[in-house]
Design a protein around this ligand. Structure first.
Ligand SMILES: CC(C)(COP(=O)(O)OP(=O)(O)OC[C@H]1O[C@@H](n2cnc3c(N)ncnc32)[C@H](O)[C@@H]1OP(=O)(O)O)[C@@H](O)C(=O)NCCC(=O)NCCS
Length: 188
């Protein structure tokens, strides 16, 4: 039996045949079905890496630039890009294969952040990420920057919500345009 060490960043791969139950009304694979699979892949990849139960903290913007068709074989290639104290960014590359023709298309890539949690559901430390190859180091840096952008984005969204959820009385369209201009310039 192969011994698996916690903290080993082995690539995680899952392949699924796209069956008709995953289709939307136009016969292509439903975006929500794909999101569910992406979340499952991120769960398995991160939980295997840290040897702990993990929960989903965030899913970065997922772009569906290419449809996936029923009958295609979809492969999710995942790995851990970054580990903080408890959070892990999982990068997932999605490829769809036409089984009969053998054509493989890269349909999208997405980033999901999982957090290692203890029995009380509180965040707990994940193992340190080994960074050996130049590619792993480059992925780590890019993921750290994405983490900082997520935090900034979250904080800005909170400020916008606090400022504007109950503050829109007496604003006609002209005042709204002027207010937006003022905010954009001040970046608040
Ligand atoms: C995930 C969860 C445990 C985090 O709780 P928390 O009180 O924010 O815990 P922490 O403050 O220790 O943060 C945990 C990690 O998330 C990161 N984090 C939290 N908010 C973040 C944000 N807005 N942007 C980026 N990272 C963030 C922290 O930096 C920390 O990472 P690090 O330990 O690697 O530095 C908690 O929010 C939770 O249980 N969420 C529900 C999860 C769930 O049910 N998911 C399924 C969807 S229904």
């Amino acid at each position: 039996m192969k011994e698996r060490r916690i903290g080993n960043n082995e690539p995680f791969t899952m392949t699924m045949l796209m069956t008709p139950d995953l289709a939307n009304f136009s016969g292509k694979v439903h975006g929500g079905a794909l999101l569910k699979l992406l979340d499952q892949v991120a769960y398995a990849c991160a939980s295997r890496f840290c040897g702990q139960y993990v929960v989903t903290l965030s899913v970065d913007q997922v772009m569906f630039k290419q449809a996936i068709h029923v009958g295609e074989l979809v492969t999710f290639k995942a790995r851990i890009n970054h580990v903080g104290r408890s959070s892990m960014e999982v990068g997932i590359r999605v490829e769809a294969e036409n089984i009969q023709k053998g054509d493989v298309r890269h349909t999208n890539t997405c980033y999901i952040t999982m957090v290692s949690v203890n029995e009380d559901g509180k965040s707990c430390p994940a193992p340190k990420l080994p960074l050996k190859t130049p590619k792993e180091k480059a992925r780590f840096i890019a993921a750290q920057i994405r983490k900082e952008i997520r935090k900034e984005h979250h904080e800005r969204m909170e400020r916008v919500r606090d400022q504007w959820s109950n503050n829109s009385q007496n604003l006609d369209p002209e005042k709204i345009a002027a207010e937006l201009e003022r905010i954009r310039k001040g970046n608040s």
